[in-house]
Design a protein around this ligand. Structure first.
Ligand code: NAD
Length: 257
């Protein structure tokens, strides 16, 4: 399958799942717009390397997803997109009665409101072209909760609701909106937690992964960024034209429990 001729914006795509999704879309032939709020030399090198590896156009655009105007400017500044992947996200863990207000506001802004702004900016172009794919990276926490993650769980449930609403508004116009709900994915961020968890629990790597980190993931295996990327590419395919307003879990069975 080919996504040649399609432009994809992936928010928060200089690492982890966003980068994995961007690479999968590039491998399928899409033009890629990478984004983060950092704007380092490494970000621009990443874009150049990806362009060379997949022989597609790749640009890097700095935009802070906590700022609604910057979200809209990201989309409008590149001339719109055919594929929009709302991936940027942050996490903070604390009991709800001790949850810092600024952390609540930042998580709601980056993990939820950013998708509202980018979607609003992308839809006019998608409507004009009669084709579009909106893929929101939610989480198993968009479908179920865990203690101490009130803002994250609220934002991820919120993005599932936003996904359904957008899907209804564009139904029958060649545009779909879906949410991927990953369980634990082995990103650099998660990988970095393993040595500390091994120390705290006095366990070897395999045991800490199986018994501590993946205790809610029945497969006892991480999902990979390549698997999330492959799911996003499938949602962009012709075969997925009638898949809209729904969630696809990539969670090793977490939400089946
Ligand atoms: P990550 O920290 O590796 O990546 C987060 C990305 O978001 C980075 O590219 C970062 O630059 C970007 N970002 C953060 N704040 C931003 C801002 N203000 N403006 C623009 N970009 C910003 O984390 P990840 O694990 O790859 O997470 C990506 C998405 O996947 C998030 O929405 C997260 O909630 C979701 N998710 C992750 C897992 C997991 O186990 N890793 C599981 C389920 C869902």
């Amino acid at each position: 399958m080919t996504l040649a001729g399609k432009r994809a914006i992936v928010t928060g795509s200089n690492s982890g799942i966003g980068l994995g999704v961007a690479r999968a879309l590039a491998a399928a032939g899409a033009e890629i717009v990478l984004n983060s709020f950092t704007d380092t030399d490494a970000d621009h090198e990443l874009a150049a390397d990806m362009a060379a590896e997949f022989a597609v156009k790749v640009t890097y655009v700095k935009a802070d997803m906590s700022n609604g105007s910057e979200c809209r400017a990201l989309v409008e500044g590149v001339g719109g997109c055919d594929i929009l992947v709302n991936n940027a996200g942050i996490q903070f863990v604390a009991p709800v009665d001790a949850f810092p207000v600024e952390k609540w506001n930042a998580i709601l802004a980056i993990n939820l409101s950013a998708a509202f702004h980018t979607t609003a900016a992308a839809l006019p172009g998608m409507n004009a072209g009669g084709w579009g794919r909106i893929v929101n990276i939610a989480s198993a926490h968009g479908l179920t909760a865990s203690p101490f993650k009130s803002a994250y769980v609220a934002a991820k449930h919120g993005i599932v609701g936003l996904t359904k609403t957008v899907a209804l508004e564009v139904a029958g116009k060649g545009i779909t909106a879906n949410a991927i709900c990953p369980g634990y994915v082995l990103t650099p961020l998660v990988e970095a937690q393993i040595p500390e968890q091994m120390k705290v629990h006095k366990m070897d790597r395999e045991t800490v992964i199986r018994e501590v980190m993946l205790d809610r993931q029945p497969s006892r295996q991480f999902a990979t960024v390549e698997e999330i990327g492959g799911t996003a590419v499938f949602l962009c395919s012709d075969a997925a034209q009638q898949i809209t307003g729904t969630t696809i879990s990539v969670d090793g069975g977490w939400t089946a429990m």
